[in-house]
Design a protein around this ligand. Structure first.
Ligand code: IMP
Length: 174
């Protein structure tokens, strides 16, 4: 597997701190509920909550991803739903990456129907080229080009989630 580092570990850490600072200011006295989307967002979630300075709770949901392919199937399945109700909570969805935006749109529709007090999105990576028409993300870590990336929670066929940086995945040429 060839990989080219796109975002260094230190750069990631600095941006996560900035996002956490902004969220801590915006959600002061709102006791937000952070909803992490598994599996990809677990590393980002673990890092950002340790930089958030206000009281908050968290929950996770799991949705189906691409499997071993690097293009979207357009099908989103809920594999694990949230444990707690959202009614009247200030909900912040924490996503690893927004590509076509299909997954996020689906999740937002689902969660909006549960009457939260507010619903916003924090995504570490955003491939804006892939969904130009709509601005889905309220807190964005980085805009990245339309390439398949791995590391910092993101996988290719379930591997490479452990890399501490974001790299462009380049498929093996036989
Ligand atoms: P979307 O529905 O096309 O926006 O895709 C969102 C989901 O696909 C993310 O939550 C990831 O799980 C996965 N995904 C999209 N792009 C990448 C990538 O470049 N690397 C790894 N996973 C990705």
């Amino acid at each position: 597997m060839k990989r080219r580092v796109l975002i260094e570990e230190k750069t990631l850490q600095n941006r996560v701190k900035e996002l956490a600072k902004q969220i801590s200011e915006d959600y002061k006295d709102k006791n937000p509920l952070l909803v992490g989307v598994l599996k990809g967002a677990f590393v980002f979630m673990a890092d950002i909550i340790r930089e958030i300075t206000i009281p908050h709770t968290l929950d996770f949901m799991a949705v189906s991803s691409y499997g071993a392919s690097t293009t979207t199937s357009g099908v989103v399945r809920i594999l694990k739903d949230l444990d707690a109700p959202l009614f009247n909570r200030h909900v912040l969805i924490v996503e690893d990456i927004v590509d076509s935006g299909l997954t996020l749109r689906y999740i937002m529709r689902l969660l909006a129907a549960r009457s939260p007090a507010s619903l916003k999105v924090c995504a570490l990576l955003d491939k804006t080229e892939a969904h130009q028409s709509m601005d889905l993300v309220d807190y964005r870590g980085f805009e990245i080009p339309n390439q398949f990336v791995i590391g910092y929670g993101l996988d290719y066929d379930q591997y490479y989630r452990n890399l501490p940086y974001i790299a462009v995945f380049e498929e093996k040429v036989p």
